[in-house]
Design a protein around this ligand. Structure first.
Ligand code: FE2
Ligand code: FE2
Length: 309
């Protein structure tokens, strides 16, 4: 499969479709995001999940009901609940048990993530592997955002929200894969071979906007909370943001890249990580601890997602 060339680090010149795709890049006109651009429509179940409030028993039953309407989704949520990420002593056999152990907000976030990435992966062939790697990266960034935020958040709800923000920070990349699958896969290759790699620059050159912009537009259109919309929009300009959670997500993103959890098309960390740490009041020891945690998570994520994909 052509896209494997990226992941297995086989020299690009040996990749049989590189010649064709590079030719396509140079010969095809750019695919602009203009007024006629059609955003992907929101999966029906997601509309309903977003209406579930975060904190009462009735909401927990409602979420459980919604998930149970889709047996494949229910199975995936249970599988995640039983994974090494959470290491519960007892087997989680029901969704209500999962909600009791993980918390309503976290199960809701997991369901949102699974639903979105499943819907974007549907119908994709060669690109499916890249989207799968993006999902792994997003999951890792979500987990790391939660880890970094643990010492800074004031409530469990804030922690659950940090996970969701990390999980969806690159939503715009999934949009590009959905609308321009071949062209966007080529950009991932081009980024790797560019002298000064920066996926945001390549996106802007090709589509007129980058993934932070298009992701925030989709999140707004789909009715996500405004804080989440802002984080998606600002995660590459976090140093200028007033929101500490944006910086947390940007740092989680950087750590996920550095530890090679999945792949998000960025082979270089463009933000000044030391400045981010300073803004968050993070000592070097804590940063080292976070990197060690990410390394552990990478092994768990690799194992889990490569078995259950
Ligand atoms: Fe990004
Ligand atoms: Fe990312």
């Amino acid at each position: 499969m052509p896209v494997m060339c990226i992941d297995s680090n086989i020299a690009l010149k040996n990749c049989y479709w590189t010649g064709i795709t590079m030719h396509a890049l140079h010969s095809n006109p750019p695919l602009r995001v203009d007024k006629s651009f059609e955003m992907p429509s929101i999966p029906l179940v997601l509309t309903k999940i977003l209406q579930v409030l975060d904190d009462d028993t009735a909401s927990a039953h409602k979420l459980e009901d919604l998930i149970l309407h889709d047996p494949a989704l229910a199975a995936r949520i249970l599988k995640l609940s039983n994974s090494a990420f959470y290491s519960f002593r007892t087997e989680v056999k029901t969704l209500s048990h999962a909600i009791a152990l993980l918390g309503l907000g976290l199960v809701k976030s997991l369901t949102i993530g699974v639903t979105i990435f499943d819907s974007f992966i549907k119908g994709q062939k060669d690109e499916a592997d890249l989207i799968h790697k993006l999902w792994m990266h997003s999951f890792g960034a979500g987990m790391m955002a939660q880890e970094i935020w643990t010492r800074r958040a004031h409530s469990k709800k804030e922690l659950e929200f940090a996970f969701l923000c990390g999980l969806l920070h690159d939503l715009g990349k999934a949009v590009f894969f959905k609308r321009f699958p071949l062209h966007y896969s080529i950009l991932f290759i081009k980024e790797k071979t560019a002298a000064d790699p920066d996926i945001c620059v390549l996106e802007s050159e090709s589509f007129g906007v980058d993934h932070a912009y298009i992701g925030s537009m989709l999140a707004k259109q789909w009715g996500f909370p405004s804080d989440l919309v802002a984080i998606i929009r600002e995660h590459h300009s976090a140093l200028d943001s007033k929101s500490p959670l944006v910086r947390v997500v940007a740092l989680a993103d950087a750590i996920a890249k550095e530890q090679q959890i999945g792949f998000d098309g960025d082979s270089r960390i463009c933000l000044d990580v030391e400045k981010l740490q300073a803004q968050l009041g993070m000592e070097p020891e804590e940063y080292e601890r976070m990197k060690a945690t990410a390394e552990k998570k990478r092994l768990e994520i690799d194992r889990f997602f490569n078995v259950s994909s």
